[in-house]
Design a protein around this ligand. Structure first.
Ligand code: GRF
Length: 218
């Protein structure tokens, strides 16, 4: 798992694995920042951590190569980008094609890139949310595994919206990883299918409803 910062998605995945909702072993957590708070979460969960600081490399290719070396030591089935804030180069993406998953805080294809909550508010959209997708060469553009939407409420600030979107991220990311681990995902014509079926967008605007929770725990 690759991180750059806070590590709340990492923690959500660790928690889901611990209670048997995500059948995975997290082999290692790699951060490009030594100060990333998420490294502490990983260590507390007994996961091996490594720092590959991008500032130690003169270009992206050599950074990516060093990162790949650390990842490949573990021969992972899946490489998870959980708040990893560096753009990865073509060689890295090709090397992990079909087994590189990212979470993005918007309903892609809307708002790729940064400051998504602020931009969603400025655009006046009624719904915002989060997307788990496979990574391809197009930044924030690969096949979508699953999405969760939340309603934008009157009076929302970027922070209040972020809080609700982050809660949605924590729900869908472990589930998407579980589906991958169970071998239930297939990409056909750029679309990800679960057990051969299209995956609906989950509405987590009222995330306490049992119906939504049941829908999510498939
Ligand atoms: C999340 O909003 C994620 O979607 C984005 O970066 C943030 C990481 O948060 N890519 P955390 O480090 O998992 O708390």
């Amino acid at each position: 798992m690759l991180i750059s910062g806070r590590g709340s998605n990492l923690q959500a995945i660790v928690d889901a694995a611990r209670v048997g909702e995500c059948p995975i072993d997290i082999a290692t957590v790699i951060s490009n920042r030594a100060q990333a708070p998420g490294l502490r979460n990983a260590s507390a969960a007994g996961i091996d951590t490594v720092v590959v600081d991008h500032r130690d490399f003169s270009d992206r290719v050599s950074f990516d190569r060093a990162l790949m070396k650390q990842v490949d030591r573990h021969e992972p089935d899946l490489v998870v980008l959980a708040g990893f804030m560096r753009i990865l180069g073509d060689a890295f993406i090709d090397h992990y094609a079909g087994r590189l998953m990212n979470i993005h805080p918007s309903l892609l294809p809307a708002f790729p890139g940064l400051r998504t909550h602020e931009r969603a508010l400025a655009a006046g959209v009624p719904q915002h949310g989060a997307t788990v997708h496979f990574v391809t060469h197009e930044v924030d553009g690969g096949p979508i595994v699953t999405q969760a939407q939340v309603a934008v409420l009157p009076g929302d600030t970027p922070q209040s919206l972020e809080t609700r979107v982050l809660a949605a991220e924590h729900r869908i990311f472990p589930i998407a990883i579980r589906w991958f681990a169970q071998g239930r995902l297939r990409v056909a014509n750029g679309e990800v299918l679960l057990d051969g079926q299209r995956i609906p967008i989950y509405d987590l605007s009222d995330s306490g409803t049992q119906e939504n929770l049941n829908g999510l725990r498939r």
